[in-house]
Design a protein around this ligand. Structure first.
Ligand code: NDP
Length: 303
């Protein structure tokens, strides 16, 4: 068996960000528009602060405007909804991202639904999800979009491939399955009640694992030559106390069988923020009816 292709998410996201930066510069030059991303963070969760800071930093690096709204943990539902209404009405804000999870006293669904779907760069608004179900153009959620870009980069056309998605969350599993269906794959969605998951996985040309269970997918679940996308993020204990991560797939076993595989870390993760930037650029162009800027909707070819 030859060694698998290790899908390098860092390299892929750098390529994507390069394409976005060029398109942002082009948008400014042709139309004098700078895409703007507003992030809303409620509370003091340290991990959320790191994620939001990284989103803001990337937006600025790519030439976008970034507007940060850090709200105290006691913010009321009405205060948060009032801010979203203000951002919906602000023409310099093209994308709105409310960092999840929200403190428990806030209604996540109501907050997501309050965002103007045209600015829903996280792709979680029911209208965005509905458009995905209908196979219409939409702002798709970022991690699923990143998975599809990686798959198309390594496999080209996905039509006719058997894809098994493990996990059916609204955040990852379901949108990945819908995006694969829109790419004309034959899709099976597995979950905690699926019988003989190993046998189901062995039918797959493509496996997308989005479960959150450390190294659940074993080498003998994988058809030789299949492509494996590991979305899982599972912290593992380490003797030096540093935070280390592993995926939902047993990488050592799987890479002896797979044709291509994403590592954790360094696979899907880096694509998520880059896809948020694609969505912000796309939202900015859509809101102004601009069609003469080349938005990178798939990964630019390697130089
Ligand atoms: P959820 O917990 O919302 O969903 C997990 C899914 O896995 C559920 O559908 C559940 O099934 C299914 N599942 C649980 N146990 C099993 C099992 N034994 N066999 C088969 N299916 C099972 O998680 P998310 O979708 O939000 O995230 C999944 C993983 O992806 C997590 O590790 C998360 O940290 C990671 N993640 C990574 C991102 C990135 O940027 N790389 C972004 C977002 C998430 P059921 O519905 O029946 O309960």
């Amino acid at each position: 068996m030859t060694s698998p292709i290790i899908i390098d998410g860092k390299e892929a996201s750098a390529r994507l960000k390069d394409g976005i930066a060029k398109a942002v510069a082009d948008l400014k030059k042709r139309h004098g528009i700078t895409p703007g991303l507003a992030t809303v963070l409620v509370g003091d969760d340290p991990a959320s602060h790191v994620y939001v800071a990284s989103k803001q930093k990337t937006a600025v690096e790519l030439g976008m405007a970034s507007f940060q709204h850090d709200l105290k943990a006691e913010t009321t539902q009405d205060e948060l909804l009032a801010l979203i209404e203000k951002l919906n009405a602000d023409p310099s804000v093209n994308g709105i991202l409310v960092q999840m999870p929200l403190p428990k006293h806030l209604d996540q669904v109501r907050v997501i639904t309050a965002i103007d779907p045209a600015k829903d760069v996280d792709g979680l608004h029911p209208e965005s999800v509905g458009r995905l179900v209908a196979g219409a153009d939409t702002l798709a959620s970022c991690t699923p979009l990143g998975c599809i870009m990686l798959l198309k980069d390594v496999l080209g056309d996905l039509a006719g491939k058997n894809a098994v998605v493990i996990g059916r969350s609204i955040l990852v599993g379901k949108p990945v399955a819908l995006l694969l269906l829109n790419e004309n794959c034959t899709v099976t969605v597995a979950h905690s009640r699926t019988k003989d998951l190993a046998a189901v996985c062995r039918t797959a040309d493509i496996i997308v694992a989005a479960v959150g269970k450390l190294e659940m997918v074993r080498g003998d679940w994988i058809k030789p030559g299949a492509t494996v996308i590991d979305v899982g993020i599972n912290p593992i204990p380490s003797p030096d106390g540093k935070r280390r991560l592993r995926g939902d797939v047993n990488f050592a076993e799987a890479s002896a069988v797979a044709g291509a595989i994403t590592p954790v870390p360094g696979g899907v993760g880096p694509m998520t923020i880059a896809c948020l930037m694609v969505n912000t650029l796309k939202a900015a162009c859509n809101q102004r009816g601009i069609s003469d800027v080349a938005i990178p909707l798939s990964l630019p070819k390697k130089a």
